[in-house]
Design a protein around this ligand. Structure first.
Ligand code: IVH
Length: 658
């Protein structure tokens, strides 16, 4: 038995060594076939002697079953984010600030800023025991089952050390393109960019799925390594590399800020050559004792800085201009572009906002244009290359009638609007709005399902949702018994929503969630609101002449009355129930900090006020809850000091979705 045990251990360490050569150093020492043979030998022996299988054996990377949900993990040392700079001047300023505190010139380490997901890995006695997402920096999620599948991460170290390392999980560009090609073929929907693909992969419940995704990692930091004291960050990285971690080779120590700037300039163009996405450069003070001296603000360490590359621009061609019609009837022109890769995502559309914008920029069909992502999200046309015109380009004017329903268009300010309330595009957008979280919150009724229901003639307006039958739903593509029953349950549940949610959900122009709530609080039911005069409406907080007119107009239209009638008949609540009015959060005072993943600030605020809570900007003894998103500010510490209850985004969602 001892002999077998030894044989198994030898095989494991040989496989680990070759994993390191292959996945970390990118220098395979044996052929794939030879590697497979070693692996097969180990699998066979472990099958024969199951009692000798250890959790971190190379055969056990995809170990165990899928999990039900992610466990929360509290980071012992918070994962801070980095302050950002966008120009050379800001880097000089950073250097000056550092020198002022330290009193002399300091050395920096510069590294590539990998565009992926930060992860913390904990090792105990040399064994990987936990991997967690960054989460909000303080509380993350346990993703050990997925991270174990990344072959460049050692499951066992040669030394039996306790340590924590941090790194960025990513998907290489070439593997990402292949993954998307395959998903397209399988009709699975493609990922927008490698980062999203990596994020989706580490958040899988089933490690078998993650194991099929081409994830990789670069380790960029460590918070502690048992028994080791280092003078500098660069020495620590070298040591981690010796331990078998994958460290990015492009790191460099700089003695002058000018060298740092040169490095940033070099990689601004050279980044294209890399097989992974980077979104900037990280500059870190190298000497670790100086880091302590410099300390951190609530969000960022003072010893580091991210230099963000200028927004990438691309030249492309405007193939055409398409118009979409929103819920309120607004016509939005969009340039259809020859697809190009911009910051790692394929871009084939750019917003043109409205007719004035098109004229101001003089965008014509057939033009060569420069596009850029604004705020990293929606691509914009920043410049038209007028010199490249050959006379074939065509000017564009928004249509005289609605492109969807051919209805009449009216111009309000810079906006052209389809005034047909029954325009199919407006109807679709209205239903989507009705179902969304801040409104009637009908779970499972997303964009594509709304489209399908309309296309199949199962609904014609939002009130028809309450007249759907299971037998017609199951006929829809990808709709089984279970999902159709879930949908019907969610629709049924929404009948009991507050009047405020309904009013907001109706999508009356200018009636946001706060106005809807004020209306519901001041009238006893929908009938009273429908009968109210403009003057009576204007007596309500937040309702001016424009909103009052919009409400009066809405309830004077035949289509609206039809919808209300159907909602009433279906048993949808139209009463303002002061006492039970979603008073879940009645008078509760909330403060928000950090970036939430699923809500914008105003959405979160809308939901809270809709449920009777209040949102204030600073934490005090009166605050009931602090909702903590990504990168929380100093409010987090204040709330802790004052003993204010702290909610993660998940906990906040549990409260509001009760
Ligand atoms: S150091 C105190 N080094 O960028 C922060 N971060 O905004 C220490 N990142 O959350 C971070 N590459 O996910 C560091 N070479 C690198 C990095 C890197 C990517 C990410 C990381 C972090 C974010 C900071």
């Amino acid at each position: 038995m001892e002999g077998i045990k030894q044989k198994i251990e030898n095989l494991r360490s040989e496989i680990r060594r070759h994993n390191h050569y292959y996945f970390v150093l990118d220098q395979p020492q044996i052929s794939d076939q030879e590697y497979d043979q070693l692996m097969q030998q180990l699998i066979k022996l472990e099958e024969e002697y199951p009692e000798l299988v250890t959790p971190n054996s190379p055969t056990q990377r995809v170990g165990g079953e899928a999990i039900d949900q992610f466990k929360k993990v509290e980071h012992q040392i918070p994962l801070l984010s980095l302050a950002k700079s966008f120009s050379e001047q800001e880097l000089y300023d950073f250097d000056q600030r550092v020198q002022k505190i330290i009193g002399e010139k300091v050395k920096y380490v510069v590294e590539l800023k990998i565009d992926g997901l930060s992860t913390s890995l904990l090792y105990e006695e040399g064994r990987l025991v936990q991997a967690a997402t960054r989460g909000n920096g303080i509380i993350g999620e346990d993703i050990t089952h997925n991270i174990r599948t990344i072959k460049s991460i050692p499951l066992n170290l040669d030394s039996q050390l306790d340590l924590e390392v941090r790194g960025e999980v990513f998907i290489p560009k070439d593997r990402f393109l292949k993954l998307n090609q395959w998903r397209k073929k399988e009709e699975l929907g493609t990922f927008a960019n490698p980062r999203n693909a990596a994020a989706g992969s580490v958040r899988q419940l089933d490690p078998k799925v993650a194991a099929r995704r081409p994830l990789d990692i670069f380790i960029y930091d460590s918070t502690y390594i048992e028994g080791q004291q280092f003078k500098t960050h660069s020495e620590r990285l070298d040591y981690l590399e010796e331990l078998g971690f994958k460290i990015n080779p492009a790191r460099q120590v700089c003695s002058e800020i000018e060298e740092v700037i040169e490095y940033c300039q070099k990689w601004t163009t050279k980044r294209e050559e890399l097989n992974y996405e980077i979104d900037g450069i990280v500059i870190k003070v190298n000497q670790l004792s100086l880091r302590e001296q410099l300390g951190a603000t609530a969000k960022h360490p003072r010893w580091a800085m991210a230099y963000k590359f200028p927004a990438q621009q691309q030249e492309t061609e405007v193939k055409g201009i398409e118009v979409t019609v929103g819920r309120t009837g607004a016509l939005t022109p969009t340039a259809v572009l020859e697809p190009v890769l911009l910051d790692g995502s394929e871009v084939s559309r750019a917003t043109l906002h409205n007719q004035d914008y098109i004229e101001e920029k003089d965008v014509r069909i057939g033009d060569r244009v420069i596009i850029e992502k604004s705020g990293d999200i929606i691509p914009q046309v920043v410049e038209v290359l007028v010199k490249e015109r050959n006379g074939q380009q065509e000017s564009y004017h928004l249509p005289q009638s609605c492109p969807i329903c051919q209805g009449e268009i009216s111009k309000v300010g810079a906006e052209h609007r389809c005034i047909n309330n029954n325009c199919p595009s407006r109807t679709e957008e209205k239903i989507k709005h009705f179902a969304k979280r801040g409104a009637m919150n009908i779970e499972g009724l997303g964009e594509s399902l709304v489209k399908k229901l309309l296309e199949n003639g199962l609904i014609a307006d939002l009130a028809d949702l309450y007249y759907l039958h299971q037998k017609e739903l199951v006929e829809l593509e990808r709709m089984g018994q279970k999902s159709s029953q879930n949908l019907l349950d969610a629709i049924e549940k929404s009948k009991d929503n507050s009047l405020a949610r309904l009013l907001f959900g109706l999508g009356i122009h200018h009636v946001g969630s706060e106005v809807a709530r004020n209306l519901a609080e001041n009238f006893s039911d929908l009938d009273e609101i429908m009968e109210a005069t403009k003057k009576e409406l204007m007596a309500i907080d937040g309702v001016g002449p424009k909103i009052a007119q919009s409400i009066v107009t809405y309830f004077s239209q035949q289509e609206s009355l039809e919808i209300i009638k159907k909602l009433r008949q279906a048993g949808v609540n139209l009463e303002s129930r002061q006492a039970e009015q979603d008073d879940l959060l009645e008078e509760k005072k909330f403060v928000l900090t950090g970036k939430l993943a699923d809500f914008t600030r105003s959405e979160a605020k809308g939901v809270i006020t809709e449920l009777g809570g209040k949102v204030t900007s600073s934490v005090s003894g009166q605050t009931d809850y602090l909702v903590v998103g990504d990168n929380p500010g100093s409010k987090y510490q204040q709330a802790q000091d004052l003993g204010v209850e702290i909610l993660s985004e998940e906990e906040f969602k549990e409260i509001i979705e009760d």
